[in-house]
Design a binder for this molecule. Structure first.
Ligand SMILES: Cc1cc2nc3c(=O)[nH]c(=O)nc-3n(C[C@H](O)[C@H](O)[C@H](O)COP(=O)(O)OP(=O)(O)OC[C@H]3O[C@@H](n4cnc5c(N)ncnc54)[C@H](O)[C@@H]3O)c2cc1C
Length: 397
């Protein structure tokens, strides 16, 4: 059966609902049986998702769902990958992160804009789980103001020499390759920015200490330094002057990010639904109190609003990049929903919500991380107004 989802953007994509449902079931089972039992320990001990588990996800075909078939991927619509990300993330964000990074992250930039030679070199190992590609944009003095980045990637003969440092890189120190956003000429602002792949084992690449983040604990994060790192010119994926395409492709990652937040909100709601019907106070289940009912309704309202906005934004993705307004609406709503809904879930669990045992504080801690990664809700709001009014607002003047 083919279901047509009408998108807010110009493109309407057809997705196979039966196939998507089957994938959802497989992912939910995998999450519950294989990853849920380990998720708490990986978080508590800050254990990085094991390589053999990543390869297992590759064997199942989950790392290449939305990547091209000719390189071993599934060639399926993005929505299928988002479904798997959501199901895994409800139980274990480090597992979901692998599917997120490969299907919605920098591999999409390579798949869409890279050369055939880059496709052949980088995509098959990402899809099989043998290698990972992380994205390195942020710098110590260029977070929200990403176009203030200073890292340089300068052509010298048949090589490109990379110098600079990157900050907050998820999978930093762990990934095999990095898609590094860098200045490639002397033009000001975004005009000079392009993207080049740097292999982790190149001389001159070094990593900072692993960050001790509030959440994201099974997902390593570290700074990266590049000191006169030489890579072949063939590693340049997009040269300068193509910033719109580069950040257009990053919109796909933002939809993966929004889906992580959706999963956090949905998981918090699911657990709370059960809890308020089981726990008695004043001689009756919590759900009998009107305030609890109002809170549960608010939680569902927010989760469903985020879900629909994500679906609308994802429906426009195919050959085309997502509609930037739709993506920012979805990311901002989902990120803020996850923070609020996980907080309300903790509240309705009383003292139990404040324990590690119930896992709600873990959902809440992770919700803050996803709201920062990929551009904060404030930056999404700026984009939303800019797209709504059809004008840009210079943040520097
Ligand atoms: C868990 C996590 C994972 C991450 N993963 C990656 C990764 O893999 N790769 C990568 O490159 N980066 C990554 N990042 C970095 C992330 O993209 C940045 O943290 C984010 O863009 C914000 O930048 P900043 O931390 O420098 O905050 P700042 O830019 O300093 O912002 C601080 C505050 O000021 C607000 N602000 C800034 N400018 C404005 C403005 N013009 N108007 C209104 N408010 C403003 C922000 O919204 C924020 O609330 C990650 C971050 C986290 C926390």
């Amino acid at each position: 059966m083919i279901t047509i989802i009408e998108g807010g953007g110009p493109v309407v994509s057809a997705i196979d609902a039966d196939e998507q449902r089957a994938l959802k079931e497989v992912a939910a089972k995998l999450a519950a049986e294989r990853y849920a039992p380990q998720a708490e320990e990986w978080d508590r001990e800050r254990i990085a998702f094991p390589h053999e588990e990543r390869r297992y996800l590759g064997e199942l075909g989950l790392l290449g769902i939305a990547l091209p078939e000719r390189h071993g991927g599934g060639g399926a619509p993005l929505q299928h990958a988002l479904t798997v990300i959501e199901e895994l993330a409800k139980e274990c964000r480090p597992a979901a992160f692998q599917v997120f990074e490969s299907n919605t992250g920098p591999a999409q930039v390579v798949a869409r804009f890279g050369s055939e030679e880059q496709h052949e070199r980088f995509l098959p190992p990402i899809i099989s789980g043998d290698a990972t590609l992380a994205v390195a944009i942020s710098e110590p003095d260029a977070g929200s103001a990403a176009t203030d980045m200073k890292t340089k990637a300068v052509a010298e003969g048949d090589k490109v020499v990379v110098n600079g440092s990157k900050r907050w890189i998820s999978n930093g120190g762990e990934a095999d390759h990095y898609l590094v956003y860098a200045r490639m000429n002397d033009e000001p602002g975004s005009k000079a920015i392009g993207a080049v792949i740097v292999e982790a084992d190149r001389p001159g690449v070094s990593f900072g200490e692993r960050e001790r983040l509030m959440g994201f604990r099974g997902i390593p994060s570290a700074d990266i330094r590049f000191d006169d790192v030489e890579v072949p010119a063939e590693n340049v994926v997009l040269g300068p002057g193509r910033f719109r395409e580069l950040f257009g492709a990053f919109s796909i990652e933002r939809l993966g990010n929004a889906t992580m937040s959706l999963a956090l909100g949905q998981a918090a709601l699911d657990r709370t639904k059960r809890y308020v019907q089981e726990r008695d106070q004043f001689g009756k289940p919590l759900v009998e109190f009107q305030n609890v009912q109002m809170t549960l309704a608010d939680m569902l309202l927010q989760v469903e609003a985020a879900r629909l906005l994500i679906q609308r934004a994802a429906a426009g993705v195919g050959e085309n990049l997502p509609n930037s307004l739709d993506v920012s609406l979805a990311k901002c709503t989902a990120n803020e929903m996850a923070k609020r809904v996980t907080d309300l879930a903790m509240q309705l669990h009383g003292g139990n919500g404040y324990t590690e045992e119930f896992g709600l504080e873990r959902l809440h801690r992770d919700s803050h991380g996803w709201a920062l990664a990929g551009g904060t809700p404030a930056m999404q709001r700026i984009r939303i107004v800019s797209e709504m009014l059809g004008r840009s607002f210079d943040q520097r003047r």
